[in-house]
Design a binder for this molecule. Structure first.
Ligand code: NDP
Ligand code: 8X3
Length: 253
């Protein structure tokens, strides 16, 4: 029986690249996201290689998440790896200019959604035991502050601490937990963050060398396929051409 990976946010970016990477290695795929047409497209692409189950899912809806997990078909129930990838940033403007709704959307998706999925899938991972893993997609923004990071960075700090705390409770279960924290990577992330501004997205990535979705998928695959006795707690990855900058100082004009 092939191993099962459960990926949220498989319709784009890291999630889609991760589905392709695990398919290459023969894993069965449970793929979810809100955009059904993209799920169908990906299923068509990968179903010739491996078994693929798709489910339209908004991770913010706890009842829908639980139902989707309860309804997993035969062959997809023994989940070995959960990739908690669905997430987004909104509103790159300073905190004082941001609509409360955008803050709520980030909290509901990046925190509540991730917790909903973890809670629903955890019993399946515990059944798998040794070798099972949860890979949570955090961000460098969960460790390092920057202007316009407000709730996004805070939500990813939650992902980091939740991952660490899960490790404490799961220590004797065989279920491993990793916070993968990427820096700048070219996906639909900036398009979403700017609510559809393609020029802003092109400007973000076009004059440097960002990470690709495939770069991160490779790291996710690596972490989930390490020998059972190894747990990477946190993996922070930046492009070579990204680093920190100086402290900001407000000066008299
Ligand atoms: P994309 O926008 O390309 O992909 C985001 C994915 O999340 C999509 O598949 C989207 O699917 C899904 N998603 C968003 N909201 C929901 C929801 N409510 N329910 C279910 N699925 C949802 O961006 P990335 O691939 O870059 O982002 C993936 C993860 O990586 C996110 O958690 C992001 O914060 C994180 N990250 C990204 C970095 C980057 O620079 N790109 C760096 C560090 C972390 P759909 O819209 O179909 O629901
Ligand atoms: C997304 C990467 O650098 O915009 O998490 O915070 S960054």
């Amino acid at each position: 029986m092939s191993k099962v990976v459960f990926i949220t946010g498989a319709t784009s970016g890291f999630g889609r690249a991760t589905a392709r990477r695990f398919a290459e290695a023969g894993w069965s795929l449970v793929l979810s996201g809100r955009r059904e047409e993209r799920l169908i497209e990906l299923q068509k692409e990968l179903a010739a290689k491996v078994p693929v189950h798709i489910a339209v899912l908004d991770v913010r809806d706890a009842a829908a998440v639980q139902k989707m997990v309860d309804d997993l078909p035969e062959g997809f129930r023994h989940v070995r790896s959960l990739i908690n990838n669905a997430g987004l940033a909104l509103a790159p403007e300073p905190a004082q200019k941001v609509a409360l709704e955008d803050w709520h959307t980030m909290i509901d998706t990046n925190i509540t959604g991730l917790v909903n999925v973890t809670h629903a899938v955890l019993p399946k991972l515990l059944e798998t035991g040794k070798g099972a893993s949860i890979v949570n997609i955090g961000s460098v923004a969960g460790e390092w502050p920057y202007p316009g990071g407000h709730v996004y960075g805070a939500s990813k700090a939650f992902v980091k601490q939740f991952s660490y705390n899960l490790r404490c409770d799961l220590i004797a279960t065989g279920v491993r937990v990793t916070d993968i924290a990427p820096g700048m990577a070219e996906t639909e992330f900036t398009l979403v963050r700017t609510k559809g501004n393609q020029a802003a997205s092109d400007a973000m990535y076009g004059t440097t060398t960002p990470l690709s979705a495939e770069d991160i998928a490779e790291q996710i695959f690596y972490v989930a396929n390490l020998p059972d006795h190894i747990n990477i707690n946190r993996l922070e990855i930046m492009p070579s051409r990204q680093a920190w900058s100086a402290f900001a100082v407000d000066r008299d004009k």
